[in-house]
Design a protein around this ligand. Structure first.
Ligand code: ADP
Ligand code: TYD
Length: 223
């Protein structure tokens, strides 16, 4: 019924918010599906292992294709069926991550036009466009501190230097300007609870607006 996605650089706090929103919606009687990207299906989780394993040599275009392969499988196997069942689907990352990380971070967008990438995303997601994307914005240096405080070992992407994360953050910023009707900016420096309250109120408004007739958009000009 509704497709909500969370975006931001690693350590921005988006997974925390995706989980809190999922819990809140379930506690309030909604059926939800919470998935993370890459992942969520057997194939997508296997692709995730390849992509995040340290020390594997992955060319930028190969990376773009693998993240997209994981996504197309996830959409077909889980996201589309859940939407058809009337569920609210929450995706921790979606195609904006590919635009920001592979397009800008890895520089693939220097070889491919923005139009090419947009139409590619459309193919990958079978035309599915999020109803709302929450972009958690956090200074890359603060995000790095948060990541360092987490116990987990860094994966291959997290081994990137701060210049990479600055490029990714700048790309998210540009995406939010370009798709201001879909992407909502959130100040990731605020507290977990304050952010959750803002998101909760926004989703309630979305649910109120659409009261049962909402559909994850397909076929609009975005992507
Ligand atoms: P992401 O999914 O964007 O990588 P996480 O949600 O996993 O980020 O959060 C990264 C770390 O920062 C976690 O230790 C989390 O508890 C903490 N964190 C998340 N949101 C906030 C916040 N608003 N303020 C302070 N710390 C936060
Ligand atoms: P994950 O541990 O899920 O990180 P996070 O909690 O920050 O989301 O790892 C996913 C990593 O993959 C993260 O570094 C972002 C990256 N990524 C891309 O580079 N492109 C993509 O299309 C997606 C979905 C993720």
């Amino acid at each position: 019924m509704l497709l909500l996605t969370f975006e931001g650089i690693d350590g921005s706090g988006k997974s925390t918010q995706a989980r809190l929103l999922d819990k809140y919606l379930r506690e309030n009687g909604h059926e939800t599906l919470l998935v993370r990207e890459p992942g969520g299906t057997e194939l997508s989780e296997r692709i995730r292992s390849i992509l995040l394993e340290p020390d594997v040599n992955v060319r930028p275009m190969a990376e773009l294709l693998l993240f997209s392969a994981a996504r197309t499988q996830l959409v077909a196997e889980r996201v589309r069926p859940a939407l058809d069942d009337g569920k609210i689907v929450i995706c921790d990352r979606f195609y904006d991550s590919t635009t920001a990380y592979q397009g800008a971070g890895r520089g693939v967008s220097q070889q491919l036009s923005g139009e090419w990438l947009q139409s590619f995303h459309r193919r990958v997601t079978d035309g599915l466009v999020p109803d709302c994307t929450y972009l958690v914005e956090l200074a890359p240096d603060t995000a790095r501190v948060r990541r360092d405080e987490d116990e987990a070992d860094g994966d291959r992407m997290e081994a990137e230097d701060q210049d990479f994360y600055h490029r990714v953050a700048a790309a998210y910023d540009a995406l939010a300007d370009e798709h201001s009707d879909r992407i909502q900016r959130l100040d990731g420096h605020r507290s977990i609870e304050a952010l959750h309250a803002t998101i909760r109120a926004d989703v309630e408004a979305l649910l109120g607006e659409d009261s049962g007739t909402a559909h994850a958009r397909t076929g609009s000009s975005d992507p």
